[in-house]
Design a protein around this ligand. Structure first.
Ligand code: GUN
Length: 293
């Protein structure tokens, strides 16, 4: 069994990015600049955003964290996004999700300029992805593809079963895996809450991707011997023995599924780290496009 170690794969991506940034800045050009917007104090979002900012520093990007109270009016947030859209010194903009209930997620996503949308959530970028046009790929599916690349996972002609149809992970990953790409060309089944025969479908899968946010949902009896298992879930569950009071659990029952899988991602230390690698690659891509034009 191969442990699909996100630390190894993301370090490799970050090393390459760091070298590129060193060349850019050695030529007296400014570094790529990512702005992250965080609204409120959601513990998980705080951790993710801190990790994104830290990773920017590691590769030599400039980063800015803009925080708003969770009572911020939608209009104030939208104005800030427009200001960032118009600032030529800023390459990537991301608004960490989820948002407080009074703010419309769709409006926020559509206000970010598609060319600066390093999350790849804007409908223009999502549409380009569907048509196989060059675009900004959502960071988590991108990270999964980078993981396949690093570990040389063959996806061609394989049956991939994805559990979860979110716009952030499941749906874009279903498009990438079914596209005519190096790590695509799979036959994809996209499962969701109304899927009837989930266990039977999973048992047919050469590649299982769990992206539903339900801890330990995928058990050994759902997985075929030799399958590649990708766990996108990261849920905080109470654990009084931990200083933080919680620990992280994936969507896959790791210990039992690992005995059947040919390759499997750990949680933490798997896809989460690759998401950041994808985000950093998108930010550099935006920067380079701007420098060309
Ligand atoms: N919340 C969970 N995943 C993501 C992500 O990839 N991007 C943003 N902006 N928010 C998230």
């Amino acid at each position: 069994m191969i442990l699909l170690d996100g630390k190894l794969a993301s370090s490799s991506v970050k090393e390459t990015l760091k070298k590129e940034v060193e060349i850019i800045t050695a030529n007296n050009k400014r570094a790529p600049h990512l702005v992250a917007i965080l609204i409120g104090n959601n513990g998980a979002s705080e951790t993710y955003v801190a990790s994104k900012i830290r990773s920017c520093k590691e590769v030599g990007f400039t980063s800015t964290l803009i925080r708003f109270d969770d009572t911020v009016e939608e209009n104030i947030l939208l104005q800030k996004i427009i200001e960032l859209n118009n600032n030529d010194e800023i390459d990537g903009i991301l608004v960490q999700l989820p948002l407080p209930k009074h703010i419309n997620e769709t409006t926020v996503i559509q206000t970010i300029h598609p060319d600066k949308d390093v999350d790849g959530f804007h409908p223009i970028n999502a549409g380009k992805l569907v048509q196989g046009l060059p675009t900004l790929i959502p960071a988590t599916p991108y990270g999964v593809m980078l993981l396949f690349d690093y570990f040389n996972i063959d996806t061609k002609g394989k049956h991939a079963v994805i559990i979860g149809r979110s716009n952030i992970v499941g749906r874009p990953l279903s498009i990438l895996l079914s596209s005519n790409l190096l790590h695509g060309n799979s036959t994809v089944t996209l499962c969701h809450s109304s899927t009837k025969n989930l266990k039977e479908l999973c048992l047919q899968a050469d590649i299982v991707v769990a992206a539903i946010g339900k801890p330990e949902f995928v058990t050994a009896e759902m997985v075929k011997q030799g399958a590649v298992v990708i766990d996108v879930g990261i849920t905080r569950v109470d654990d009084a023995t931990k200083k933080s009071g919680y620990r992280l659990k994936g969507d896959v029952k790791f210990d039992e599924v690992a005995t059947k899988a040919s390759a499997i991602t750990p949680v933490p230390g798997g896809v989460g780290l690759m998401t950041i690698a994808g985000l950093l690659k998108n930010t550099l891509q935006v920067y380079k496009m701007k420098m060309i034009n």
